[in-house]
Design a protein around this ligand. Structure first.
Ligand code: GLU
Length: 454
């Protein structure tokens, strides 16, 4: 770590004790952007980075609700409004038992740079709760969402802060939260994205993150004179992002042979073909449909298609050309990186937020493996949320083809931006982590300088 970064990080660590994930996210960005700050007196004088690591506002609240047995449950709710320099706060809501203030702060920080990269005017924010929908009835999920929104509604709005989904928050939860917001405000606005198609949602929004990840991967491979055609790929989380990533990889001629859920990994050397994927999607998405828990898990897939079940294993044990982490933060550590490198991985395209530890990133880069950060590669989801906001503001709906083309264009432009800011002038090599951080940073920093000390 260089001296300026070390000094800066000591200050951030002292102010945010114990917030390991937030500090990890800040350090990765600080290492990339410090040289830019040192070379730009206006950024230094305006203390842009010191201000960026301080959320504009943190809201933490009690979420009491009554379960099916009539017992009172108490969860904790969060909304971190990180940075509004370039637009209203924008970012998802995560419902998972791992959610803490640290997690939401790191996600809000990442979101600020990701949203900037999309080129759409959106600031950074994130929210969530330690509520976990697994094992809850549909009625319980609805009552929880309503209780969560009964506090959150006063802090958000279509021009203030526009939440969306994330882990544990899909169409069902967004629907329940939207309903409660509308009731409380007596106003029908695009205050959330990822809405159902019948009430202001955008076509392609459910597919957008996974499609975007694959469009980005396609650009990265082309930049290297390569293509997805015939490539062996492995994802991790078989959720919304992962399943739509498989769909697009299939369409572009690649083959996905491995994935994972919380029970373990599944290895299908023949690939998850479009037919198998259709069955798998139904299995997974049924779990979060209103009217009770249905669906199943990856072991059902392994049983049905004769794939190899690897209990308690990560997907990173499966040899591949392209690894696409699509689950959650720090799911790929130094040991996983070593295993992937040993097995000949060439590209790591991050579909999740901060899935690789900083040590894993360093190991990939030292081994010449190209790694592209989530804030660039998975920006297609929030970018399409931006397109949903645009459609809501105009009171119209675009066709799927139009949204998909816009998404594809945005992913191409993010890639171009990363290349421009990440290319080493001496070697010509591209450091995507650096490129994404710098490109995302400059836009927000310029806006903050222009707006004065606020
Ligand atoms: N949670 C997603 C992300 O990490 C989507 C956010 C949004 O659409 O606002 O980018």
């Amino acid at each position: 770590m260089n001296e300026a970064v070390q000094k800066f990080m000591e200050g951030v660590a002292a102010k945010n004790p114990g917030e390991k994930k937030f500090l990890q996210a800040v350090q990765e960005v600080a290492e990339s952007v410090m040289p830019v700050i040192e070379a730009t007196p206006a950024y230094k004088k305006a203390k842009v980075l010191e201000r960026m690591v301080e959320p504009e506002r943190v809201i933490m609240f009690r979420v009491p609700w009554v379960d099916d047995k009539g017992e009172i449950q108490v969860n904790r709710g969060f909304r971190v409004q990180m940075n509004s320099a370039i637009g209203p706060y924008k970012g998802g809501i995560r419902f998972n038992n791992t959610v803490t203030l640290d997690v939401i702060k790191f996600l809000g920080f990442e979101q600020t740079f990701k949203n900037s990269l999309t080129g759409i005017p959106m600031g950074g924010g994130k929210g969530g709760s330690d509520f976990d929908a697994r094992g809850k009835s549909d009625g319980e999920v609805m009552r929880f969402c309503q209780a969560f929104m009964a506090e959150l509604f006063r802090h958000i709005g279509p021009n203030t802060d526009v939440p969306a989904g994330d882990l544990g928050v899909g169409a069902r939860e967004i629907g329940y939260m939207f309903g409660m917001y509308k009731k409380l405000m007596n106003e029908f606005t695009g205050v959330l994205t990822g809405k159902g198609l019948a009430f202001g949602g955008s076509l392609i929004r459910p597919e957008a993150t996974g499609y975007g990840v694959t469009y980005f991967a396609d650009e990265v491979l082309h930049q290297n004179g390569d293509s997805l055609e015939g490539k062996t790929c492995v994802i991790s989380g078989a959720g919304n992002v992962g399943l739509h990533t498989i769909e697009k990889i299939n369409a572009l001629g690649g083959k996905v042979v491995g994935m994972r859920d919380f029970e373990g990994a599944v290895y299908d050397p023949d690939g998850i073909t479009p037919e198998k994927l259709a069955w798998l999607k139904e299995l997974v998405f049924k779990r979060t449909m209103p009217a009770g828990p249905h669906g199943g898990y990856l072991h059902h897939y392994a049983e049905k298609y004769g794939a190899k079940l690897m209990p308690d294993k990560k997907s990173w044990a499966i040899p591949c050309d392209v690894a696409l982490p699509t689950a959650c933060e720090n799911e790929l550590d130094l040991n996983d990186a070593k295993e992937l490198i040993k097995n000949g991985v060439k590209y790591v395209i991050e579909g999740a937020n901060m899935p690789s530890t900083n040590e894993a990133i360093e190991a990939f880069q030292a081994a010449g493996v190209i790694i592209t950060p989530g804030k660039a590669a998975n920006a297609g989801g929030v970018a399409t949320s931006g397109l949903e906001m645009a459609q809501n503001a105009m009171h119209l709906c675009w066709e799927a083809k139009e949204v998909d083309e816009k998404l594809h264009g945005i992913m191409r432009s993010i890639h171009k931006n990363c290349v421009e800011h990440g290319r080493d002038p001496k070697t010509g090599k591209i450091n995507y982590v650096k490129g994404a951080n710098i490109a995302g940073f400059i836009k927000v920093a310029d806006a903050m300088v222009a707006q004065g000390v606020v």
